[in-house]
Design a protein around this ligand. Structure first.
Ligand code: PEP
Length: 260
């Protein structure tokens, strides 16, 4: 399986800065002289089209960057002011869409059922949803991590999820944007749990990409990405800095991580 490093730009960037950032990353990816992971960029919805154009222009025979988005609506079209359909994202060249990010669960009251319906829409539109799960700090402190992950994985994945059409991102809420990360054994334990849960409900999980997300930076990427069962990263803040994002890409092992 090819690992995936996905950059979640969140609500950052204007047209010019987004173009420059995408150009820089796409040129580095196209010019890579050794095997690197798949790289995806997930800009804000209003910048998806422009970033897609930059990626297309930069694709000069080398490896190309995949385009992603940060959210989609469960419906194909209709009276949903301000929302973006998975079908429009597909039409604009997206391959991925993040669903169930903890910021959307918190800021927009998204439940597991909402996330599941968005992931199902992504599948129907031909996109690969990156389904985010993760416990809050209070839940971890209360020893509820395993139960929270089990509930979110069961509730957020559509029945039709397969290892090929879905990516899962384990993102402990307390690690996002805080500079704190779980220990390598803690990350490995949750990834092992997610893979087992997926295998129980959806069949073969060996090829399922489970990303780790939460304060991944160039300085800790090698350690985090080598954790057992980690197949790449969902990167927020560090994906806005092309130098640091590239360090993460280069630090990613091309085969799944080793010892927990
Ligand atoms: C994220 O928002 O998905 C994320 C992982 O953020 P950060 O890398 O900034 O912690």
């Amino acid at each position: 399986m090819t690992p995936l490093i996905a950059g979640n730009w969140k609500m950052n960037g204007l047209l010019a800065s987004a173009r420059t950032l995408a150009e820089t990353i796409a040129a580095k990816v196209a010019g890579a002289t050794r095997a690197i992971p798949e790289v995806a960029l997930c800009p804000p919805a209003a910048l998806v089209h422009a970033v897609g154009q930059v990626i297309e222009q930069q694709a000069k025979g080398g490896q190309t960057v995949a385009l992603g988005a940060q959210d989609c609506h469960p419906k194909e079209k209709g009276a949903h002011t301000g929302d973006t359909s998975a079908w429009l994202l597909k039409d604009m060249g997206c391959r991925y869409v993040i669903v169930g990010h903890s910021e959307r669960r918190a800021d927009h009251g998204e439940t597991d059922a909402t996330v599941q319906s968005k992931a199902a829409a992504a599948h129907a539109a031909g996109l690969i949803p990156i389904v985010c799960v993760g416990e809050t700090e209070a839940e971890r402190d209360r020893g509820e991590t395993e139960a929270v992950i089990a509930r979110q994985v069961a509730g957020s994945l559509p029945a039709a999820a397969t290892a090929a059409n879905t990516v899962i991102a384990y993102e402990p809420v307390w690690a996002i944007g805080t500079g704190r990360t779980p220990t390598v054994p803690e990350i490995a334990a949750v990834h092992t749990q997610i893979r087992a849960l997926f295998a129980q409900r959806h069949g073969a999980a060996d090829g399922l990409r489970i990303l780790y997300g939460g304060s991944v930076k160039g300085s800790n990427a090698a350690e985090v990405l080598a954790a057992k069962g980690v197949n790449g990263a969902l990167v927020g803040g560090a994906s806005l800095d092309p130098v640091d994002f590239w360090r993460i890409i280069e630090a990613c092992p091309m085969s799944p991580g080793g010892a927990p």
